[in-house]
Design a protein around this ligand. Structure first.
Ligand SMILES: Nc1ncnc2c1ncn2[C@@H]1O[C@H](COP(=O)(O)OP(=O)(O)OP(=O)(O)O)[C@@H](O)[C@H]1O
Ligand SMILES: [Mg+2]
Length: 475
């Protein structure tokens, strides 16, 4: 049971709630009890003060009330407030006791420190036993009868504690019932919540396991927007991304085997034909040249994969130097002269200054420009235009290579710099490539701590813009 996080959470919550409940109950018992005791004491003091006034008018102002009448009144008050009342003389002798008969304390002298304290003029309140009067605890309140600041007697009231406790208990029980209800309700809510969380966790677990087994189709149903919901969303996103990666990996293996197989097949075919004499001696050179070209293609492909792996693992050290970026652009363009002429592509160079010196790895930057121009030339249709523009922005130079070719659709743009990504799934004869060119470009530019962006619109064209650090002439 405790293996599950949610069960642990539920048990901890229930135990905590129970502890809080116990603490609350004990504190409440004390608060409610002392509230009622204090209330009773206050009531008794008030009653005592009224009796004191009556006493004075009965014994010192005979015209208003007789002593008999006073005693009768004490009996009525005593039964009304449910407390035993004594009236004590100034020397501590009980003059009147509301209890009559053999239990009466009338004429008894009460020797007690609290009585002495009250005789000194103080109101005294006590809780517990008083003079062995009762087997149950009492609340005793002693109010002095004062005339001209002299204590003439005492009013002693004993209220049985169980009566107070009964009222306190009533309120206490009411509170406990409310608390119990809220406890059950909160435990129920926690249970429902933890069940829901368990379900989501179980689903996440299932999805994670199926991802581990290579199945990226499973998704978690998300019904909350909290941290758990966020985790589930991320897991779904991860599954989707891994799915795409897996799809890319599969298509790469298919593509790469195709890319390796076709040159290998032609190499094998031509070599075999030369060996068995199918190709006459005078034609051998021509076919051996094709064999050489195909082996070069294989070598290039292998080198590109190796370079990319090295770049991705930060294994290539950049060989920084100062060079003219305009010169490099022109040199690269010359390499494409034949293809540009074949396709009747218009080239526009917007490079105001004769030379702009940059600080970077020359060979790698040449590779970047080559790969971008290679794409532009490769994907452009006959008569399209390629514009190359350089713009200085503070200590950087922006290099833009723009074409009026077919453009890239929005979905593909997100993956364009990924390894082996090719939007041209058909792999037409003049558009063959491994899909490594732009990932190499991206790796080189980021390893220079520079940025590269692509803007493209289908049927309008594509623009690649990257930055390089300029050489500060003042330095
Ligand atoms: N200028 C462009 N116009 C249209 N599509 C482009 C352009 N540049 C790149 N793309 C798209 O991006 C994909 C990835 O380009 P990338 O250079 O990485 O690979 P590739 O050119 O297919 O192969 P490689 O460069 O390795 O020979 C291309 O297959 C193409 O679909
Ligand atoms: Mg390319």
């Amino acid at each position: 049971m405790f293996k599950s996080f949610v069960n642990k959470f539920f048990v901890i919550y229930a135990v905590l709630t129970l502890i809080i409940f116990i603490i609350l109950t004990t504190t409440l018992t004390n608060i409610i009890e002392s509230f009622f005791i204090n209330n009773q004491k206050k009531n008794l003091i008030n009653v005592g003060q009224t009796i004191s006034d009556e006493y004075i008018s009965a014994y010192y102002n005979q015209s208003k009330m007789s002593a008999v009448n006073f005693e009768y009144q004490i009996d009525i008050i005593s039964s009304h407030i449910g407390s035993r009342i004594w009236i004590l003389s100034g020397d501590g002798v009980v003059l009147i006791d509301s209890i009559k008969g053999i239990d009466s304390f009338a004429k008894t002298k009460i020797e007690n420190p609290s009585i002495n304290k009250a005789l000194n003029g103080e109101i005294v309140t006590l809780k517990g036993d008083f003079y062995d009067l009762s087997s149950t605890p009492l609340i005793t309140v002693i109010v002095p009868i004062k005339i001209n600041n002299k204590t003439k007697g005492l009013i002693v009231m004993h209220s049985p504690y169980p009566a107070i406790k009964k009222t306190a208990n009533y309120f206490f029980n009411l509170t406990i019932i409310c608390l119990l209800f809220s406890l059950c309700f909160s435990i129920m809510l926690t249970y429902i919540f933890s069940r829901r969380v368990t379900k989501t966790f179980q689903q996440m677990n299932k999805t994670a396991k199926s991802i581990a087994n290579g199945n990226f189709e499973n998704r978690i149903i998300i019904n909350s927007h909290d941290e758990i919901g966020e985790l589930a969303t991320n897991l779904n996103f991860m599954a989707a991304e891994l799915g795409k990666l897996e799809e890319m990996r599969r298509s790469f293996i298919a593509n790469i085997s195709h890319d390796f197989r076709s040159p290998l097949t032609s190499i094998k075919g031509f070599v075999q034909a030369i060996l068995d004499g199918t190709i006459p001696k005078e034609n051998q050179d021509k076919y051996l040249k094709i064999v050489l070209d195909e082996s070069d293609r294989l070598t290039n492909l292998t080198n590109e994969i190796l370079l990319l792996t090295k770049l991705e693992n930060n294994g290539v050290l950049l060989n920084y130097s100062e060079f003219d970026i305009h010169l490099v652009i022109r040199e690269v363009l010359i390499k494409f002269e034949q293809k540009i002429n074949d396709k009747k592509i218009h080239i526009t160079l917007l490079m105001d200054e004769k030379q702009i010196m940059v600080y970077a790895d020359k060979d790698k930057i040449e590779r970047v420009i080559y790969n971008i121009i290679d794409n532009a030339v490769k994907f452009c249709n006959k008569g399209d235009r390629i514009t190359i523009e350089t713009t200085k922005i503070k200590d950087k130079i922006n290099i833009s290579i723009k074409d009026t070719g077919p453009g890239i659709n929005k979905e593909d743009i997100k993956y364009i710099f990924n390894r082996f990504h090719k939007s041209d799934k058909s792999r037409g004869e003049d558009k063959k490539g491994t899909g490594l060119g732009l990932s190499i470009v991206k790796e080189i530019i980021t390893s220079h701590n520079e940025t590269i962006n692509v803007n493209s619109q289908e049927n309008k064209g594509t623009e690649f813009v990257f930055t390089l650090a300029m050489v500060n002439k003042k330095n």
